[in-house]
Design a protein around this ligand. Structure first.
Ligand SMILES: [Zn+2]
Length: 222
């Protein structure tokens, strides 16, 4: 669900929640790029109410801004680290695939192999300072688009993955961990909706459908 951050209440709202809670305020912040977005067409019967970025915005939720692979570069390389990283990918290939599949519904094996080939062509493994934590996330961005037609019944639309749009190269994620959002976004270009995921080391990111039960367990035992 497309949500916008309200700087006044400091909460994210869907469009319906915004209209209900925010009175006449019309400017929020995009949860992906952090830029201002303005409420549009809320009084129109012909157009769907939506939030729009200012002209010239670089936000990846805007379809024309999708520039896959642009961030796939590194200022320095480390061949010694590359050997370790590659060995890790070989040893953990199945687990990495499983993790990627939790973000990219119905990820098929051909897609995964293509993601590996793409990362290999960019020489991702030799990026200086790369840690294993980032590997599944980089792989997810190593594909222009995950097409609905290539998935199964769980894949309801085309989508792609993007890092913080304020990132000029992927190594800034680990060089400036405080400054660059440790997040990845799954963006549905058909309607601009997105899902945000934190970058975590866990190989078992908790699927959305388990969150309620996890909260129950935490509250029960907390
Ligand atoms: Zn944005």
């Amino acid at each position: 669900m497309y949500r916008v951050f309200d700087p006044f209440s400091r909460k994210p709202y869907t469009i319906d929640e915004w209209i209900k809670n925010c009175g006449n305020r019309r400017v929020g912040e995009c949860l992906v790029c952090g830029e201002e977005v303005s409420l549009k067409a809320d009084r129109s019967e012909l157009r769907t109410t939506h939030f729009a970025h200012a002209a010239g915005s670089a936000c990846p939720t805007i379809r024309d801004n999708h520039k896959p692979f642009q961030h796939l570069q590194s200022s320095e390389i480390d061949l010694e680290n590359a050997t370790k990283i590659k060995q890790y990918v070989v040893d953990q290939a199945f687990q990495i695939y499983e993790k990627c599949k939790l973000f990219a519904e119905d990820l098929n094996l051909r897609e995964f192999r293509e993601m590996i080939s793409c990362a290999d062509e960019f020489g991702v493994w030799k990026y200086k300072g790369l840690t294993t934590v980032y590997i599944p996330y980089i792989l997810l961005t190593c594909r222009e688009m995950f097409l609905k037609k290539d998935g199964g019944k769980n894949r309801t639309a085309d989508f792609f993955f993007a890092f913080d749009p304020n990132l000029s190269s992927v190594d800034e994620l680990w060089i400036f961990p405080e400054k660059k959002k440790q997040r990845i976004w799954k963006i549905y270009p058909g309607n601009g909706e997105f899902v945000e995921y934190p970058v975590t080391a866990s190989f078992e990111p908790i699927p959305n459908w388990f969150e309620y039960t996890l909260t129950f367990v935490k509250e029960k035992l907390g």
